[in-house]
Ligand binder design. Structure first.
Ligand SMILES: Nc1ncnc2c1ncn2[C@@H]1O[C@H](COP(=O)(O)OP(=O)(O)O)[C@@H](O)[C@H]1O
Ligand SMILES: [Mg+2]
Length: 392
């Protein structure tokens, strides 16, 4: 998703730019505003989540350029493009000094603007770090794998990132229902059945949108439908979603198959979920042995202890010693908040933000998420390398 904000002192201009782009690509999220660059400096939240800022430069004054300079310095992750009726070398140079990445002509035929923005949007997406892919695996049924996977997706979106949960758990597509009451428009089985149709728009239509920045690809409704999913389908889905999300989370569940192994193969992090009791410990040992035989090194494994309480039959040090692996994350027991969250289909970070479970999930999300990219120093080089763009 590319979040675009178009600003112009003239609401009609802003509207015109917005309309030119709104329908051009389903991945554009376009907002318009008649705020000036100086207004944006004093209302920083206006730029929250914005990837691309289009500034109508038809009536740019010196103080607008100054304000633009402060904006681009403060919001390194926002790509700023100046639209101007006269994209002369002078204007380009001035814009460049303020940290503007590109200068394009406007007014111009709609298709020209759409084409220019598509190019810039591609650069933004290409420059984004590819999504981190992780998998939650259950050491034994009921360990809380689906609950944690789904709620970690929400925690990532609450931290301003785009997250996708792909439910492979073969538990009747329940991951989505843990965090939303929305009925999934389709499931992963539907996507795999029509894999030849897979493109961004088709995938979009199949996803359950839980909240801004958080989608779930619901699980197959029954084991028979789950058989539609093949490892090569999963690889195609991952290829497509990699550049669209910051975090892709598989809920593998308990069942190991060639499909779950395909998901584990592409996962940078594997998170077995265990509770502190002997049956889980046995399950965890079996799972870790299997990971070893599949060639997954301990550096990829992040053991998660769920439903932790101090008076449990087993302590953390004992668990670590027996399994020969460090615990990465501890999520406390909190039956009340967790049941309420599940029963209402509302993520726990929304329902009980201050709960230990919500805090544990936020910490886990922050530990896993790649650091936000800064745009680096590519600006000058690009403007100089692409003088045609500035003159176009
Ligand atoms: N931290 C927790 N505190 C209390 N109960 C929890 C916690 N995590 C999970 N649960 C409970 O465990 C149940 C099973 O969770 P689920 O995610 O479906 O497990 P799995 O997917 O591993 O089978 C949930 O219905 C929930 O009631
Ligand atoms: Mg599950």
């Amino acid at each position: 998703m590319i979040a675009i904000l178009a600003i112009s002192p003239d609401p009609a201009h802003a509207g015109e730019i917005g309309r030119a782009l709104a329908g051009a690509d389903s991945h554009y999220q376009v907002r318009t505003s008649h705020a000036s660059p100086a207004d944006l400096c004093s209302h920083k939240q206006e730029l929250d989540g914005v990837d691309l800022l289009l500034v109508d430069g038809a009536r740019m004054r010196a103080q607008d350029f100054d304000a633009l300079g402060s904006l681009t310095a403060r919001h390194a992750s926002v790509t700023c493009v100046l639209l101007t009726p006269e994209p002369s070398a002078d204007v380009a140079l001035r814009a460049m000094r303020t940290g503007v990445r590109d200068v394009r002509q406007w007014p111009a035929p709609r298709e020209e603007l759409q084409h220019a923005i598509a190019e810039i949007a591609d650069r933004i997406q290409g420059g984004r770090r590819a999504a981190k892919v992780i998998s939650f695996v259950s050491c034994k049924g009921g360990s809380g794998t689906s609950f944690l996977a789904a709620n970690l997706g929400f925690a990532a979106s609450a931290a301003g990132r785009q997250a996708l949960v792909i439910d492979l758990s073969q538990q009747y597509g329940e991951a989505a229902f843990l965090v939303t009451e929305a009925t999934p428009p389709a499931t992963i089985a539907d996507v795999c059945m029509q894999i030849d149709r897979l493109d961004p728009a088709f995938l979009d239509a199949c996803l359950t949108r839980v909240s801004e920045g958080f989608d779930v690809l619901a699980g197959a409704p029954d084991p028979a439908r789950a058989k539609e999913i093949k490892p090569e389908h999963l690889q195609r889905i991952v290829q497509l979603v990699r550049h669209r999300y910051d975090l892709v989370i598989f809920d593998i569940g308990q069942t190991m198959s060639n499909v779950s192994i395909a998901a584990l193969d592409v996962s940078e992090g594997i998170l077995p979920v265990v509770q502190l009791s002997l049956p889980y410990l046995r399950g965890a040992r079996r799972l870790l042995d299997m990971f070893r035989s599949l060639g997954y090194g301990n550096d990829r494994i992040r053991l998660v202890v769920n439903r932790y309480h101090r008076k449990g039959p087993l302590g953390l040090p004992e668990l670590e010693k027996t399994l020969g692996i460090r615990v990465q994350s501890v999520i406390p027991e909190d039956s009340e908040s967790v049941s309420e969250s599940i029963n209402q289909g509302v993520p726990i970070l929304r329902l009980a933000r201050g709960s230990g479970v919500a805090k544990g999930l936020s910490a886990l999300a922050l530990g896993i998420l790649p650091q936000q990219e800064s745009s680096g120093d590519g600006l000058l080089g690009r403007l100089f390398r692409r003088p045609a763009a500035a003159r176009a």
